[in-house]
Design a protein around this ligand. Sequence first.
Ligand code: 4AD
Ligand code: MG
Length: 462
Amino acid sequence: MKARIKELLGTEPSEQHIVIEGWVRTCRNSGNLCFIELSDGSCLSGIQVIAESALKNYADEIRHISTGTAVKATGTLVESPAKGQVVEVQAESIEILGSADPSNYPLQKKRHSFEFLRSISHLRPRTNALGAVARIRSELNFAIHRFFREQGFFQVHTPIITTSDCEGAGEMFTVTALSDKELGKEFGKKNPFAQDFFGRKAGLTVSGQLQAEIYALSHGRVYTFGPTFRAENSNTSRHLAEFWMLEPEMAFCDLAGDMDVAEALIQNLINTVLENCADDLDLFNQFISKGLIEKLETVCRQAFTRMTYSQAIQELEGAKQQFEYPVAWGSDLQAEHERFLCEEIAGRPVIVTDYPKTIKPFYMRQNEDGKTVAAMDILVPGIGELVGGSQREERLELLTARMQEAKLDLEEYSWYLDLRRYGSVPHAGFGLGFERLVQFVTGMSNIRDVIPFPRTPSNAPC
Ligand code: 4AD
Ligand code: MG
């Protein structure tokens, strides 16, 4: 039987014959025995394989096995006399599949800094922490689909290449099929992309929301989950140029309903990780963020605090703490303000609602006061904004007026306006930054360490 280490560690040992394949974490010689700790990525723990000197390649190969070597071990699963492990493998044969030269294999037994590991993104998933991040990320991904399926949502695949700048912030990466030379010739013309592949300027999506709205207005409850891109020159521990965003969109839903879904989702996802990834979480709890598990359990137990933007500004104005950025009604909340609200004021996640319309995109629904919109951001301790969402403006005249204010070309967005002409209904949705969620769940401080291949300004090595 070819087995994965995760299964073997939960199997009753009865000298059953097994085959395992993996990479060597450590190999220790002791007289006539070699103790090899083998990992196959299926879980945090490795399994101990014991090789006796009677094995035919013992002297030539086994004794010289080094960290990083790929091996195939055949043997029997037996009870382990050693502390800290229930089972071990008594090897009958060990085949070296791929060696790793100890004089230059970068992952030696010592602890490496995350910064160094970023420079070897092809090897870092073999380390304990990055390996655990990858498993938790995968678990969260699966849990998202399960949550929405159980709630009657349909997944919609929204386009990656688009001509609509959803957030209107001018942060779209341009997509072109023109050569450098052709681009040079078109440069400075009124529409330099007229000769391009799509006959107009296209880019990588900053959000699938506008297209998700189309399907919400035919299927009721939908979500899109995929990579999004922002040419935003932010070099921080919570910004990426390519990140994954989860965006549910619901017809017949207002802001209150939107917040309820987001809160239930976050609690459900965290619970799933607490239940299914105990060993990996324990690693983060011990070495990365002390008290993490308790923090996550509390987030699942307590309702999130809800306050309006105006109340949040009052709290910030009354704070004794000095902020780097000034606080004033009308300006956007900075990460330091967001963190203060959830860490110092509420001690839990906070949902801030009803932001000034001047700092929010065109599609958000205007409130009666004419000054604010039915927006909501969910702020979490240690990170700040995890979710941004709103009720959408479903009234044609008001939406048209806001789009004109935002200097959008109404012709280009005629399809979006049609949704308000034909069977318009109240609807709402939000976007959850997937990497920020992985950061929150693992306690990893830099967003570059929770995505396999981070893209940030001046950095896209492979
Ligand atoms: O607040 P944002 O910009 O909202 C939207 O894009 C809406 N269209 C979503 C919607 O209503 N369907 O982004 C949503 C979330 C943020 O709260 C943040 O968690 C994450 O996406 N995010 C980023 N994550 C990593 N790097 C970046 N540069 C991010 N920008 C936003
Ligand atoms: Mg936002």
